[in-house]
Design a protein around this ligand. Structure first.
Ligand code: SAH
Ligand code: SF4
Length: 348
């Protein structure tokens, strides 16, 4: 029988588990608090719980942990990058950013990714497995403990496609926003997707007020299908329709991510095509000079191109900002560090 990831259970599931084994209900609150507020990594740390109960739990459950394999601190800004390892030996990456309004953390939702975007280091490595909700929480728990801080913003923009791990990601969001847990505000959680259309509708219908960030990276199907294979299944017209539905249902503004790749998607004409699609909608465009990944042959657009692209968009009253890649000296673009670690160990 496989063990249950106890950190992935919500309070009613935990209560149900305990009472079904003859334990008292009030123990559920205590154990939940050890897991989600004190963030313990072993049952033996739960000092107010009877030993007998703990050994019973240990026979059917485990506590997920994200251990620090590597930690890099950027010398430009205070960005910190973690390479975490799970007990099964799989790695994921996460980044902590120090913003004026608090600490923001970018976490991973899968080991690898199936989507195969041509510019992405994670995509190049293929897919290994989904993360559990407990493993997503554990990345935050470990960083908070390591740095002695509270994370107030979370972005699901690390390794993996969150909507391809829908159930676990929604479970994570519900646990992370629980006031008896990390108590994050849903408004401070951003989910980034390459555009899995049916799942965008499903997410919208849950009506959780998180921010949806859509990885666009191209203004037409021709370019997008070349760099993002997912576009062949869900072309742009469907993606924009789903995004409009998301914005209308949740009242939340959509963020479009657009990695500027020199000579591929960064012309003024591309900006005009992009504007035609999104003008008049509740949105914001984030332009990011593409982070060069070995073997892709892609280069970031020059500053002059970026400025010109922004000014075309603002001509259509579209809000666009250029986001400098944080911590570029520490491979802060997700997937790059794991790739390096595997290479050093004789992997991909
Ligand atoms: N799978 C999700 C979330 C993880 S990727 C998604 O694609 O949205 C997080 C973000 O990093 C996405 O916007 C993705 O397109 C972007 N990204 C991936 N590789 C990049 C690179 N080399 N340079 C800049 N952005 C990149
Ligand atoms: Fe997957 Fe996102 Fe990378 Fe595309 S950009 S391969 S969807 S992680």
């Amino acid at each position: 029988m496989s063990l249950t990831d106890i950190k992935s259970l919500n309070i009613s599931e935990l209560t149900e588990l305990l009472t079904s084994r003859g334990h008292q209900r009030f123990r559920a609150d205590q154990i939940y608090s050890w897991l989600h507020q004190k963030c313990v990594t072993s049952f033996s740390e739960m000092t107010n719980i009877p030993k007998k109960l703990l050994s019973d739990l240990e026979s059917i459950c485990y506590i997920s942990v994200a251990n620090i394999e590597k930690k890099l601190v950027s010398s430009y800004d205070n960005t910190i990058k973690y390479l975490f390892v799970f007990p099964d030996g799989e790695y994921v990456e996460a980044v902590v950013m120090d913003y004026r309004h608090g600490y923001s953390m970018c976490i991973s939702t899968q080991v690898g990714c199936k989507m195969g975007c041509t510019f992405c280091a994670t995509g190049k490595g293929g897919f290994t497995r989904n993360l559990t909700a407990g493993e997503m929480l554990s990345q935050i728990h470990t960083a908070q403990k390591d740095l002695g801080i509270r994370i107030s913003n979370v972005v699901l923009m690390g390794m993996g496609e969150p909507l391809d791990n829908f159930q676990n990601v929604v479970r994570f969001i519900r646990l992370a926003t629980d006031e008896k847990g990390l108590n994050l505000s849903a408004r401070h959680i951003t989910l980034s997707t390459c555009g899995l259309v049916p799942k965008i509708y499903e997410l919208a219908d849950l009506n959780i007020p998180i921010t949806l960030s859509l990885s666009l990276h191209a203004p037409n199907d021709e370019i997008r299908s070349k760099t993002m294979p997912v576009n062949k299944k869900y072309p742009l017209a469907e993606v924009f329709k789903a995004c409009r539905y998301y914005a209308d249902t949740t009242g939340r503004r959509i963020t479009y991510e657009y990695a500027m790749i020199s000579g591929v998607n960064d012309s003024d004409d591309c900006a005009r095509q992009l504007a035609q699609h999104i003008r008049g909608t509740l949105c914001h465009v984030n332009l990011i000079p593409v982070n060069p990944v070995e073997g892709t042959g892609y280069n970031p657009s020059k500053d002059k191109r970026l400025t010109s692209f922004v000014s075309v968009l603002s001509g259509y009253n579209i809000n666009a900002t250029v986001r400098r890649t944080l911590g570029s000296d520490i491979n802060a673009s997700c997937g790059q560090l794991r790739g390096k670690n595997l290479k050093n160990k004789g992997g991909v």
